[in-house]
Design a binder for this molecule. Structure first.
Ligand code: ADP
Ligand code: MG
Length: 761
């Protein structure tokens, strides 16, 4: 009873997956697990839910679809509703803080985190007849955990006689991770490969790799727009700010004006001549400069002739470039042409201007990133206004999650933002890194959906071969295990070590993490009476403290320090302290810059950090941060990172603890004696497994040089002595007992020794 708009029906029929509907549905009907793999844009996300809907899977229960990205959750639910001629009441979405699910919802798109939460309260997922895990190749932590859980839930449902289907959808990469993992699926599920019409994409590398990839992206886009035949441009950069920067710059260069009727400006299509001329020079777009130069000369000549004869000028194709009226300017243009790809000077950007002014075709520039409002996101699916060329500036959401119609050129900066974890401090930070080779191929593929296309990589082929890994490890294996373990325990997954992961993290590491969390009081053995089951001993449960700790985006030991700080006005200090401790190499100068006495002195190196961060904040407010950091030996980038983390933690605590409204005070006073003592206790509460005791001189063996042991400590179960690091402020006091953040090794082979960093009494 589905009534689709005829236009939609025509568009659907162009998708190769439509031809596979029967085969797919037969497999789904006959199998509990099915894997559907296909190129991005082949119609998996938009069509499969419709197949299931039409086959009756939503009659008594819901069809659930999970997405790792919010962007796709909204966009895809809207698209499917539209194609089926239904409203958001029936095809709905749900993600954290937002959604439109109703009691009549038939198809429910949700983020993977939302479905995980639902499993906690309804383990058998009794409201669903089928679950589609979309974009499984992205390997988000939640998706991986969902796959593990569902591999067990589906057989349970079968046993109860109310079967649940699981469909795993993925781009064609690394499907073996799911099929060849016998812990996940004893019998490998059937895989359907959806063939797709992928047109050839010519990949062009830059000869050189410049660090300012935004400038390169801008230049390349200008060249494409002013010189190459029509077709949408898709630019990949790394984040929201970069997207906005480029959007602004490109819009300013090729403005679209509502009051102009661009359809009148359009002349004949680009000649095939130019087309083939470009095709014959596939190395790089720059290599067509000679062709362009020749073409310009020809036009210039034609104009001069025409001027002499008093005839009207020939019309010039807008997809190419227009001619500046003045010959002097024209020379400027050719200067640029001959130099643009050779030099990286600043003058070059200015000299591009004449070319830009002369190209009157507007660029229809649209931003695309995860946090963009859904109405604005949807604009990328509409055709651009008549006469304008579509240009989407996107983060990696356009890599596989969303398919933008009509893209013929891809400009790829080769970078992406990735959450990088520091395994010693547990700090995570968003870093800009090279994409994997697999990602680069995906991005290039976006240019070949509707016709043959071109992908311009703004880096050299050497970078591709040597700096881009084939693919990144799944998030679950890159995260510190302490964090992952607590996260899973909080979800009610008890036997974390035995869990059927698609790709398992290191088991020994998991066990060690479990021990650490137990020592910290974040996990505990449950008090179970009269139990005969031995294995119950091994199951550690999350304590109430652990629940509080898991709310913070920090390694559990730092989360614990925060969770215990809601007293004596300590929170602002702990936030600053924890932020500073999770950023590495903050101080390059001497601790002596930060005089301290008494209890504040005993707070040791963390105390020094605290004062430095406080003072840096004050200098920042006064606009003197750079000078200040240089003068006092602070790494400016570290200080900026600390500020970001302080802001984030402050606002998260404000949101989650009622009756609290913290701010970052640039005039934060140093802690008083009592607070300093409490802060030491807090450090001990989080680092209690990292304690050192001063080695007394009487303990030094006969024949050893006693002076060498001035700063020596015994730590945990280490045989060898461990030393206060040379910059530690505690060398002034040498306390009997210390707590430290980290141990590390220094010195060459013969002078090797273990040193403690960030030590407090
Ligand atoms: P896959 O999931 O296999 O990557 P999709 O189902 O997302 O493929 O996309 C199939 C086709 O539907 C693509 O050509 C895409 O451009 C088109 N499409 C998806 N969403 C929209 C939309 N909101 N508006 C117009 N076209 C869309
Ligand atoms: Mg998809």
């Amino acid at each position: 009873d589905v009534k689709r708009d005829p236009k939609i029906q025509i568009a659907r029929l162009k998708l190769p997956i439509l031809g596979e509907e029967q085969r797919i549905m037969e497999l789904v009907n006959e199998n509990e697990f099915v894997i559907v793999a296909g190129e991005t844009g082949s119609g998996k996300t938009t069509q499969l839910p419709q197949f299931l809907y039409e086959a009756g899977y939503a009659e008594t229960k819901m069809i659930g679809v999970t997405e790792p990205r919010r962007v796709a959750t909204v966009a895809m639910s809207q698209r499917v509703a539209f194609e089926l001629g239904l409203t958001s009441k029936h095809v709905s979405y749900l993600m954290r803080f937002e959604g439109n699910v109703s009691k009549d919802t038939k198809i429910k798109f949700m983020t993977d985190g939302v479905l995980l939460k639902e499993i906690q309260s309804d383990f058998l997922l009794s409201k669903y007849s089928v679950i589609i895990i979309d974009e499984a190749h992205e390997r988000s932590v939640y998706t991986d955990i969902l796959l593990g859980l569902l591999s067990r839930i589906v057989p349970l449902r079968l046993k109860r006689g109310i079967p649940l289907r699981l469909i795993i959808m993925s781009a064609t990469l690394r499907v073996e991770d799911f099929t060849e993992n016998t812990r996940l699926f004893k019998i490998p599920p059937p895989v359907i490969k959806v063939e797709s019409r992928q047109f050839p994409v010519t990949v062009h590398f830059n000869k050189n790799t410049y660090s300012d990839y935004l400038k390169e992206a801008y230049k390349k886009t200008v060249k494409i727009h002013t010189r190459l035949p029509e077709g949408g441009v898709l630019i990949f950069v790394t984040g929201q700010q970069e997207v906005h920067y480029l959007v602004r710059k490109l819009r300013a260069s090729f403005p679209y004006r509502k009051d102009v009727d661009y359809s009148k400006l359009i002349t004949k299509k680009v000649t095939n001549e130019v087309d083939t001329a470009l095709d014959s020079e596939p190395e790089d777009i720059e290599s067509d400069d000679d062709e362009v130069e020749k073409e310009m000369k020809r036009i210039r000549k034609a104009r001069r002739k025409a001027k002499k004869k008093g005839r009207t000028l020939p019309k010039i194709n807008l997809d190419d470039y227009d001619m500046p009226e003045d010959d002097g300017q024209a020379d400027l243009v050719s200067d640029d042409d001959s130099e643009a790809h050779l030099s990286d000077s600043d003058a070059e950007e200015d000299s591009l201007t004449p070319v830009i002014k002369s190209c009157r075709q507007p660029l229809w520039v649209l931003p695309l990133y995860s946090m963009l409002g859904s109405a604005k996101q949807a604009l990328v699916f509409d055709p651009p206004p008549v006469g304008a060329r579509l240009c989407v500036v996107s983060t990696d959401v356009a890599e596989t999650s969303l398919t933008i119609p009509g893209v013929k050129y891809v400009v790829d900066c080769g970078k992406k933002k990735m959450r990088v974890y520091d395994h010693t401090t547990g700090a995570s930070a968003w870093r800009v890194v090279w994409t994997s080779q697999a990602s680069a191929e995906q991005r290039a593929g976006r240019a070949g959906r509707t016709a043959a296309g071109h992908a311009y990589r703004l880096y050299s082929s050497a970078v591709f071969q040597h700096d881009c890994v084939p693919h990144y490890e799944p998030d679950l294996c890159r995260r510190p295990v302490d964090d992952l373990l607590l996260c899973m325990k909080c979800m009610g997954i008890d036997k974390v070590v035995n869990f059927p992961y698609p790709t398992a993290p290191d088991r020994l590491q998991l066990r060690l993490a479990e021990k650490r969390l137990e020592v910290l009081g974040i996990l505990e053995k449950p008090v179970v009476k009269n139990t005969r089951r031995k294995d119950n001993d091994e199951i550690l449960k999350v304590t109430p403290l652990g629940k509080a700790v898991s709310a913070f985006p920090l390694l559990p030991r730092y989360g614990k320090m925060l969770a215990l700080s809601h007293q004596f006005n300590l929170l602002p200090y702990t936030i600053a302290l924890v932020s500073a401790l999770t950023v590495q190499e903050v101080m390059t100068g001497k601790a002596d810059n930060w005089p301290a006495t008494g209890n504040t002195l005993l707070l040791g190196d963390p105390g020094v950090l605290l004062r430095a961060v406080g003072a840096a904040e004050y200098s920042f407010v006064k606009g003197e941060e750079e000078l200040f950091c240089a003068k006092y030996g602070l790494r400016e980038k570290a200080i900026k990172e600390i500020r970001k983390l302080r802001k984030q933690l402050t606002s998260e605590i404000n949101l989650s603890v009622s009756g609290i409204d913290l701010t970052i005070d640039p005039e934060m006073k140093p802690p008083d004696d009592k607070q300093a003592r409490l802060l030491r206790q807090l450090l001990l509460s989080g680092l209690g497994d990292q304690v050192g005791r001063k080695i007394g001189l009487e303990e030094v063996k006969e024949g050893e040089d006693k002076r060498k042991f001035k700063y020596a400590y015994h730590c945990a179960n280490l045989e060898e002595p461990v030393f206060l690091h040379s910059g530690s402020i505690l060398r002034k006091v040498i306390p009997e007992w210390v707590v430290y953040q980290e141990l590390y090794e220094t010195g060459g082979e013969d002078k090797r020794k273990m040193v403690m960093r960030n030590v407090a009494a």
